[in-house]
Design a binder for this molecule. Sequence first.
Ligand SMILES: Cc1cc2nc3c(=O)[nH]c(=O)nc-3n(C[C@H](O)[C@H](O)[C@H](O)COP(=O)(O)OP(=O)(O)OC[C@H]3O[C@@H](n4cnc5c(N)ncnc54)[C@H](O)[C@@H]3O)c2cc1C
Length: 573
Amino acid sequence: MSTWDTIVDFVVIGSGAAGMTGALFAHDLGASTLVVEKSGRYGGSTALSGGMLWVPANHLMLQARLADSLVEGLTYLEDITRGTSSADRLRVYLETAPAMVRYLADHSHVRFDCIADYPDYYPERPGGKVGGRSIEPEEFDARALGAEFACQRMPSKNALVLGLLQITVGEVRMLMRGGRPATTFLLRHLLRYLFDVRARWRTRNDTRLTLGPALAARLRRSLMDRDVPLWLNTTLQELVVEHGRVVGVVVEREGRTVAIRATKGVLLAAGGFERNGVLRQHYQQPPIGDQWTVGSSDNTGDWVDLGLRVGAAFDLMEEAWWTPVLLAPGEPQPRVMIVEKGLPGSLIIDQRGERFVNEAAPYNDIGHRMFATHAAAAAAIPAYFVFDGRFRKKYAIGPVMPGSSRPDWTLPKVVRERFLTIAPTIAELAAKLGVDRERFESTIRRYNEGARVGRDPDYGRGDSPQDRYYSDPRVTPNPCLGSLETPPFYAARVYPGDLGTKGGLRTDHRARVLATGGDPIAGLYAAGNCSASVMGDTYPGAGGTIGPAMTFACIAARHAIGGDCFASPSRAA
Ligand SMILES: Cc1cc2nc3c(=O)[nH]c(=O)nc-3n(C[C@H](O)[C@H](O)[C@H](O)COP(=O)(O)OP(=O)(O)OC[C@H]3O[C@@H](n4cnc5c(N)ncnc54)[C@H](O)[C@@H]3O)c2cc1C
C-alpha cells in the first residue's frame, strides 16, 4: 500500500464483547487503538445477549467462598470438549479469564456479579460446579453514556419484560414464579420507567441496563473514558498483506475508502456468520438458513472471504451456539426457548410423536439432538413443544402470557391458529399435527407415568441441577416433571435456532490466526465468534461464549502490543 490515510498501532474490527475488550486492553498496554464497526450501532450480538461470562475460579466466586481452581476448570473442559478443542488454548483461557475479569473490575466500568447458584451445564461431570462460574454484568445506568446511548444496539421489544423493561438473571426466575414479589417488581419498575421523564422525552429504551446491554454499555463507557475512537458505519473490506504480514486494513467509511495502517496488529472481532444464509448452507447441516438465529443482523461473516484470501485455516464451521426457538406470528425475530422447555407439564416430540431428548438439557444440546434426529431417525425440524391446560395456565410460552392472566379466548386469532395448535384430546392434537396417534398417546402415557413418581426413565429429565435451574420448585418430587392430563392440549412448533455461529478462523493460544499450513499469520488476530471456539462443539455454562470472546481479545492485545497490563498500573483516563 503506497499511501495510508491513518496510522495506528492496533485496529479492531467489530464492537462487540471481543472487539471492545481487545481495544480496552490494547489502549491500557500503551497502543494507539481504533475500533471500526460496520453497523450504525455498536455492541453486536453482545448488546442483545444475556451478557454472562463463564469463568472458573473468578475472584467473585472465591470471595463468595465457592471453591474452584484452574485444575478443576481444566478437568471439566477437557472432559466436555472431548478433543474438539486444544489443551493449550483451554489452559490459557483458564489462566487469563479470571485475571482479565479482575483487571476490568479494578480499572474500568466492566464489573460483574457472581451468580452463586447458576450451575455449569454439566455439573455432574468431573470438575463441574453447581454455581459461581457464571457471572453477570452489574446493572448500569445508561444516562452515564450521554448521547452515545442512542448509538447502542438494543434488544427488540420481544426480549424485554412487557416489551419495555430489562431484568437480571435472578429477576427472570423471580418473575417466572409469579405471585406477589413478581407483581410488586413489575409495578415498581413500570412506575420508575414511566416517571423517568427526561429519558422518556428522548427514548423508548429503559435506562436501567442489565445483562448484555449493561455489558456493552460498560465496555463502551470504559472506551469513552480512554478516548479510544470507534468509527460506526465502517466496514472492513480488505486485509493488507506485505511480505507475509498483515500490516493494515482497507475499510469503507460512509461511502469513502480508507486505508488504515496497523503497526502492531489487526484484531478481527467481527462476530459470526449467522446472518449469511448462503454461507450457512455451504458449511452447515440442512435444513439451515439464517431465519432461526437471534444473532445480530450485521453478522454476515465478511471475514470468511477475507480469511480465505490470506490463506487462513478454518474450524468448526458446521457449529453454532444452538438453542431451540419459537417463531411467533408478526415478530421479526425468533424467540429463544430456554426457560419454558424444562418446566413441568410439557415435552418435545418429533413428527412421529416421540420424544428424542431431555427437554431440560442445555439448549445447545437440544439443537444438536434436533439436527441428529432429523438426519437419522425422524423429521424433527420443526419439532413440537406439547403441554396441557394446567401448564398453559401457569407459565408463559414465548409471547403468550400465562392463561391465568391471558385465557385463550383473549388471545389474537393469529396466535390461537398459527402459533398454538389447540385440541381437547391428545388424539385430536395428533390429528391436527399430523403425527401418529398411537405413538403420540403412548409417548404421553409413558411420560405421565414417570412424571407422577418424579422420574424420566428415558432421558433423566430433572436429574441434573442444571435441569432444575429453570424449573418450578413448587412441583414435587421432580420440579421439571408434571403429567399432561388437563385439557385442552397444546402444541407450538420448535426450530433449531442459535445465538450465533461459533466456527471461524483457526487461532492458537495467543489468538493468532493460523494459516492452512499451521503457522501463524503475522499481524493477524481473531477473537469471539469469527474465530473457531475454544469450547469446541460444546457449551460449558452460561457465559461460555462471551467469556472466551473477551479473554482471547485480551490475549491478542497482550501479544500484539507486548507488556503485561495485569502487573502494571492502569492507563485509563
Ligand atoms: C439473545 C442472546 C443471548 C445470549 N446470551 C449470552 C450469554 O448470556 N452469555 C454468552 O456467553 N453468550 C450469550 N450469547 C451469545 C453472545 O452474545 C455472542 O456469542 C457474543 O456476543 C459474540 O461476541 P463477538 O464480539 O464475537 O460478536 P458481536 O458481539 O456480534 O460483535 C461483532 C460486531 O462486528 C461487527 N461487524 C461484522 N462485520 C463487520 C465488518 N465487515 N466490519 C466491521 N464490523 C463488522 C458487527 O456489526 C458486530 O457489531 C447470547 C446471544 C444472544 C443473541
